[in-house]
Design a binder for this molecule. Sequence first.
Ligand code: SF4
Length: 426
Amino acid sequence: MPTFDKKPDCCTGTAGANYLSSMNSGPYVSAGTQSPELREILSGVENGESLRREDAISLSKLEREQVPFLLQSASRIRDNGKGRTLTFSRNVFVPLTQLCRNRCGYCTFKYEPGEGPLFLAPEEVVGMAKKGAQLGCTELLFVTGDKPELLYPVYREALGKLGYESTAEYLIAMGEAGLRERIFPHTNLGLATRDELSALRESNPSMGLMLENISSRLLKKGEAHHGCPDKVPRHRMKTMELAGELRIPWTSGILVGIGETWEERIDSLYALKELNDAFGHIQEIIIQNFSPKQGIIMEKYPPPDFIDMLKIVAVSRLIFGEGMNIQIPPNLNPGTYPLFVEAGVNDLGGVSPITIDYVNPEAPWPKLEIMREIIEDLGFTLRERLPVYPEFIDGKYINDDLLRLVRDAVDEQGYVPSEEVSNGAY
Ligand code: SF4
């Protein structure tokens, strides 16, 4: 199992020492003076005002020497709501099927029939669940392509032989099978109906769907989501509204660097905020950076600028406020992920001791001992969580039978009971 097993560059050598010592006197000490306009925006938000869209857009245009003030503000807001605890979950990544009816410009996950198995067989899924549970994983992370049964007769027929008519039906059954092994499913199904979500809710304490972006412009020819019927933003919002009505703890987020404008990024965050204001079910916002890879349609696209990533993470914290869990995936930011802690994140996502990240197969997970050491150097405690966050472990969100199992798996704070954090032994 590949892991990156050394400290990122930002935390080693002279650069790292400088960085870490700057943490002692406050993150990202700026040589500049804070502009009065910026001070007004930031103090308003820190005093509990909502960040207005036009102010969020002006923050995206901040000059570099002003950025540290934005980060400091985001960090303080995170500290107020989340204290000095950062979280991660320990998962088994289950790519149930890698066939997909979409063709996103940034995809490396999808393949065609004949290039790999049509889907993982039930016994393979149960085997992964068993192994994961034995190794202390608590999350069975199901990721699939979108509705391949509508595009590939060969897939539909093979699934039919197992007794399932759709990927959703198969996921429902595999979620139940996983839970029997005492590991909690967290399903990313794509677009889903109310009935499908209801059935998944029986075994999944949380689920997810990235919004990616609210802009339908990205569906146009030449854009990242051209030819992707499941990436129509209003359909994705509809699935998440249904999840809200069903009170399913929900993970969502945006993809940064797929050809969207700053305004579209910010509008995407506000769309998610509005959804959460209406239903209160969004447990986590992931800010995921596009990373170019050989062979994808967008292989020549540059990755998002690092300072822009810091800004969007910090602006997300300001938009969502102190209560939201905000995550960046450390394996997609191997050299810089600790720096995002100073932009207001409080979660480092899923890390797997036994499976690769099939969506980003080139990006190994961090080694947990190293991650913990870095986080402690920054003055934080690293805690392991379930796929569902502690604040959603409640009868309002999880049915009684499942809630009993979830409660059995956590301590009084809702985290996985502490023990030596390690994934290097596997
Ligand atoms: S990124 Fe997901 S939805 Fe898009 S083509 Fe790949 S598997 Fe399908």
